[in-house]
Design a protein around this ligand. Sequence first.
Ligand code: SF4
Length: 281
Amino acid sequence: MPEFNEVKISRILNPTSIGLGDFVINPFMGCEFGCLYCYVRGNRVVSRKNKPWGEYVDIRVNAPELLENEIIKNKPKQVLLGSTTECFQPIERKYKITEKILDILNKHKVNFVILTRSPFILDYLPLLKAGFCRKVYFTLNNFGQKFKAVLEPKSPDFKLREQAINTLIGEGISVVPYFSPVLPFVSSLKDIFNKFEGAESIELECLNFNLPNIKEIINKINLVEPSLQQPYERMLSDAEFYINVFKNIEEEIKNAALTAKKRYNIYIHNFGGYFKNKYEK
Ligand code: SF4
């Protein structure tokens, strides 16, 4: 059980250059799901905490009251929810911070985009259907339970996420199914376009081998499939191999998309690039 702390903050609307909004909103600091590959683990503020990522959640209890005034002052055109946390994690059911935030955004006619991997978002359907939810990026995956158990044991079940995506689409919400992280030699890509008939496009993000904890991630993957040790270690040191592996994945996606007549975007991190966390706040 993570440690839950009620905290007061001085600002809830934070400017961003991410491109999905001019401001971000994060109702919590921390996340109960604690995915091992979470890019927020490299966040400066998080690394100053004395507890590991996934073992605490700061609940920003005054966020809704701040938001009212900050909307009037900053006049946001579009905000992004959940850049460094999961807005629909289980503790939200008790505090309803995200619910209040969505209500205020709707009241002030502020467009919003949501990043999530939680089917609990379905509880807020009326708030999503009020006309200001521009898009939901819903992260899911399809690697088997053994890999899930070592990489994201506490995150919601993949099947439930698929169902939630299709329910949202059926309700008229614009949803982008976002497959992440695509694991080389593990992720099955051939039928991802058939699962979400109503989705305009599908996006994929490949595993970031520049994450600060990549060795730990590789060690966990090796626990499930020891034969992956050698190629995964090679991805860290052999640029040509790295580029070829992802080129093949990209080709596979391109062909699957052509067959399904679907649009897609795939994000491949540069070999040996420094890990840049654009989602600091
Ligand atoms: S659900 Fe999102 S914010 Fe939470 S740990 Fe996983 S990747 Fe990070």
